[in-house]
Design a protein around this ligand. Structure first.
Ligand SMILES: [Zn+2]
Length: 345
């Protein structure tokens, strides 16, 4: 057995990249190990890194990736943004000022054990994005919506009633203490593998009902469209695609303090188009979820950097655009008409 293990690498590229970024930015980032995970004799840390205002009331934005170990491009996107941020801090006065009144939190590899082992699930075989305790209130897709049959099948939620997995608990703790505890915060969690188009999903995944912050989400969507008219994302509630048991963002959203405005989003990079352009990559396990050709990876990273930057600016400027009173009421109506009227009343 020992002999077999020795052929496996001790680490993986994204993890080494993250450590290099943290080392380079150690004077600027506040770095924490939020969880340790062990897989086949190796140990990996789940790191969080924060930067910017230390005022607990300042708006904040969190960037997450690598919840599913096969979706490396999501981690790469967050790492890319961290790297560019550090580079810009050497000269970008606007960014320096921005960080004086906003906090940025990064957890680029939530499931390092899964990424090392090239599995979607964590080392215990649990799909972290199905690991929340809540059930969907309607029918979910068989297996893919989350199942409790066992870890031998994909999309395993874990045993009913057992504690959440360490990585899921760590992520929720970061969200509760660093994001949702504030008057205003945003989260972006980067995934890949589903759909022809790139999508931005927001709660709920457990129900077809609308989230209480629908007007705020609609305002954000409208601003993004005005800033980047050709963005090409499908921006919608996750429930328009399929319902899900145990979605961690639903759980984090539902357990936020009542007065907080917390807007979690999932960026789902549509991978089917990469497969169509390069059909051979369907035979590679990684290829189902990541662009294989280097030029395509670069294009993906470049394209989505705009979104990360936009959300950071929107969080910084929240006082200028968060809807209030009558305006909020009108936005609620428009948002409801746009997302829910024809489909799911
Ligand atoms: Zn995913």
């Amino acid at each position: 057995m020992q002999k077999v293990l020795s052929f496996l690498p001790d680490s993986f590229a994204e993890y080494e990249e993250l450590k290099a970024i943290l080392e380079g930015g150690s004077a600027l980032f506040e770095i924490r190990t939020v969880c340790e995970t062990r897989v086949r004799g190796r140990s990996f840390a789940v790191f969080s890194a924060s930067i910017g205002s230390t005022d607990p009331l300042a708006p904040a934005i969190g960037f997450f990736g690598g919840i599913h170990g096969l979706e490396r491009i999501g981690s790469q996107l967050v790492l890319d943004y961290m790297r560019s941020l550090l580079g810009r801090l050497e000269w970008d006065e606007l960014l320096v000022r921005q960080l004086q009144s906003i906090r940025l939190i990064f957890v680029p590899i939530v499931n390092p054990g899964g990424m090392w082992a090239a599995t979607r699930a964590n080392p215990n075989g649990v799909d972290l994005m199905r690991n929340g305790p809540q059930d969907a209130d309607e029918h979910v897709p068989w297996l893919a919506g989350g199942q409790r049959l066992g870890a031998w099948l994909p999309w395993y939620r874990g045993r009913r009633g057992s504690p959440m997995e360490p990585e899921a608990t760590a992520l929720l703790q970061v969200v509760a203490s660093e994001l949702a505890s504030r008057p205003f915060s945003v989260a972006l969690d980067c995934h890949s593998g589903y759909g022809w188009r790139d999508s931005i999903w927001f709660p709920y995944a457990r129900t077809r009902r609308a989230m209480p912050h629908l007007p705020e989400m609609f305002a954000l969507k409208t601003m993004f469209e005005h800033a980047h008219p050709h963005h090409g994302y499908l921006f919608e509630p996750q429930s328009h695609q399929y319902l899900l048991h145990g979605d961690l963002w639903d759980y984090a959203y539902d357990t936020r303090p009542p007065a907080s405005i917390f807007l979690p989003m999932t960026l789902e990079l549509g991978s089917w188009i990469w497969i169509r352009k390069n059909p051979r990559q369907i035979f590679s396990r990684q290829g189902m979820f990541n662009p294989v050709k280097a030029h395509r990876t670069e294009r993906v990273l470049r394209r989505h950097a705009n979104l990360l930057d936009f959300l950071t600016r929107a969080a910084y400027s929240s006082q200028r655009w968060l809807p209030q009173g009558v305006v909020r009421q009108q936005l609620l109506q428009r948002a409801f008409d746009f997302w829910y009227r024809t489909q799911h009343i």
